[in-house]
Design a protein around this ligand. Structure first.
Ligand SMILES: NC(=O)c1ccc[n+]([C@@H]2O[C@H](COP(=O)([O-])OP(=O)(O)OC[C@H]3O[C@@H](n4cnc5c(N)ncnc54)[C@H](O)[C@@H]3O)[C@@H](O)[C@H]2O)c1
Ligand SMILES: [Zn+2]
Ligand SMILES: [Zn+2]
Length: 403
C-alpha cells in the first residue's frame, strides 16, 4: 500500500510499504477514505526529530471502511463506516472508565513514561503506524471505532478523530463563566474550531494569530481578532477589551512551535520579578520562541481565570513562571483530548444537516497521498490559505484549494 512516511526533518515521502495485517485478535483493518493533516504532525515534521524513525508512517486523523475484523473485535463488521480516535484506548481500564482515554492503562507507553499510544506519533507514543495511508491496522477495535452512518460526506464526521474532541475539550476545560470572554491563541484548525464551539455555546471569543487568511476566516465567523504582527503587547490589548481585567479564560491552541518572542512585553512582565541572572538562564534553556504562546496566555488571563492548553508542549523541563501563576491564582488545565469522552456531545452536532460547526466546508485543501510532501510544506509555511488539509487516499488529484 501507499503511505506517508517520515524521513527526516521537514522530509516526508510517499512510499510503497507492506499492507498491515491483523496482529492481535482484537485488531481490525480499515481502508482509509479521508485522513487529516494536523498541527501536531508539524511538531514531528519540525521539532521532535529525536523521537522519530526513518520510515515511520504518519497520520492520526483517519476514517474509512472496515475491511477485515479480528475474532475479538466484537461489535464491528466488514463494511462499517468508521472514524478512528487519534489515541489508542481500550475502553475498559480504570482510566478509560473515568473518561481519561489519553491515559489508557492498557496502551500507556511505559517505556517512555507517556500516556496512551497514538497513531503515527513517534517512539514516545508507541511508534504505531499512522493513518495517512491506504490501509490502517486498528488496535483495540472492540472499542476504538466510532461508527457513523452512510450518506453525508466524510468531512462531516472526519474531525471526530481529533479536531472536534480536542476543541470541545479545550472549551470545556476553559470553563468560561456565563457572559464571559474567551481568548483563543492561534487560529489554526484547533483554535478555529474551538472558537466555533465557544460561540455555539454563547461565549464572546477574541482570537489571536498572525496569518492574515486565518484571522479573516475567524472574523467571518464573528470572532473579534487581534493580529499578533500588528500589536506589541497582546496582554494589554486584551485588557483594553475586557474592562482592564483580562480574559476569563484562555485557550492556547499554538503549542511549542510558536512565533514571536516571549522576551517582548509579556515575558518582561512575567520575568520582571525574577533576578535577572535566573530569567536569562531560563530563556537560554527554553529557547526564546518556544514558550511565546503560553506566556501570552499567563499574561492575558484575568486574575482567578483559567488557562486551557491544547497546544502541545514537549522537550525538557519547560520552565514556567510559577510565581505569577500562583500569584494570579490561575487554573491551568491541559492534555491530549480524550476523544471518546466527547463523542456523545458532538455526534448530534455533526448529524445535524444544518452543520452548525461548518465541518463540511472546514477543509481548505483536499489532496492525494502522492501530494503529501507539498501539502506538508504548504501547511507548515501557512501558504496558499491552507488551514485544514485532508488526504484522500485512493484519489489522485493535484493540490487544490476547495474553497
Ligand atoms: N491536545 C490535543 O489533543 C491536541 C490535538 C490536536 C492538536 N493539538 C495541538 O494544538 C496546536 C494547534 O494545532 P493546529 O492543528 O491548529 O496547528 P497550527 O500549527 O495550524 O496552528 C497554530 C496557529 O498558531 C499561530 N501562532 C503561532 N504563534 C502564535 C502566537 N505566539 N500567538 C498566537 N498565535 C500564534 C500560527 O500562525 C497558527 O495559525 C498544536 O500545538 C497541536 O499539536 C493538540
Ligand atoms: Zn491531530
Ligand atoms: Zn484503557
Amino acid at each position: 500500500m501507499k503511505a506517508v512516511t517520515w524521513q527526516g526533518q521537514e522530509d516526508v515521502r510517499v512510499e510503497e510499504v507492506p499492507d498491515p495485517r491483523i496482529e492481535q485478535p482484537n485488531d481490525a483493518i480499515v481502508r482509509v477514505t479521508s485522513s487529516g493533516l494536523c498541527g501536531s504532525d508539524l511538531h514531528l515534521y519540525q521539532t521532535l526529530k529525536p523521537f522519530m524513525g526513518k520510515g515511520d508512517i504518519l497520520g492520526h486523523e483517519p476514517m474509512g471502511v472496515v475491511e477485515e475484523v479480528g475474532p475479538e473485535a466484537t461489535g464491528l463488521s466488514v463494511g462499517d463506516r468508521v472514524v478512528l480516535p487519534f489515541q489508542i484506548s481500550c475502553g475498559s481500564c480504570w482510566m478509560c472508565t473515568q473518561g481519561l482515554q489519553t491515559q489508557c492503562e492498557t496502551t500507556q507507553v511505559r517505556e517512555h513514561g507517556t500516556g496512551a499510544a497514538l497513531f503515527g506519533y513517534s517512539k514516545l507514543y508507541g511508534q504505531v503506524p499512522g493513518g495517512q495511508a491506504e490501509l490502517l491496522r486498528v488496535p483495540q477495535a472492540q472499542y476504538m471505532p466510532i461508527k457513523v452512518p452512510d450518506g453525508p460526506p466524510d468531512e462531516r464526521f472526519l474531525y471526530l478523530s481529533d479536531v472536534l474532541p480536542t476543541s470541545w475539550q479545550a472549551v470545556a476545560y476553559a470553563d468560561v463563566p456565563p457572559g464571559g470572554t474567551l481568548l483563543v491563541l492561534g487560529l489554526g484548525p484547533i483554535g478555529d474550531m474551538s472558537s466555533r464551539i465557544a460561540q455555539h455555546l454563547g461565549h464572546r471569543v477574541i482570537g489571536v494569530d498572525l496569518v492574515p487568511d486565518r484571522l479573516a476566516r475567524a472574523q467571518a465567523n464573528g470572532v473579534e481578532t487581534i493580529d499578533l504582527s500588528q500589536v506589541d503587547d497582546v496582554g494589554e490589548e486584551v485588557r483594553s477589551l475586557t474592562e482592564g481585567r483580562g480574559a476569563d479564560a484562555v485557550i492556547d491552541a499554538v503549542g511549542m512551535d510558536a512565533h514571536g518572542s516571549p522576551t517582548a512585553a509579556a515575558g518582561q512582565r512575567l520575568f520582571g520579578v525574577l533576578p535577572k541572572r535566573f530569567s536569562a538562564a531560563i530563556m537560554e534553556r527554553a529557547g526564546t520562541d518556544r514558550m511565546a504562546a503560553i506566556y501570552t496566555a499567563i499574561d492575558a488571563v484575568r486574575r482567578g481565570g483559567t488557562i486551557s492548553l491544547s497546544g502541545v508542549y514537549g522537550g525538557q523541563s519547560d520552565p514556567m513562571p510559577m510565581l505569577t501563576l500562583f500569584d494570579k491564582q490561575i487554573q491551568l488545565r491541559m492534555g491530549q483530548a480524550n476523544v471518546k469522552r466527547w463523542v456523545d456531545d458532538l455526534m448530534p452536532l455533526v448529524l445535524d444537516d444544518a452543520d452548525p460547526l461548518g465541518t463540511e466546508s472546514f477543509a481548505t485543501h483536499h489532496v492525494s497521498l502522492d501530494d503529501a510532501p507539498t501539502a506538508y510544506e504548504t501547511f507548515a509555511k501557512k501558504q496558499d490559505g491552507a488551514v485544514k488539509v485532508v488526504f484522500k487516499p485512493g484519489q489522485r488529484a493535484p493540490l487544490t484549494a476547495v474553497s
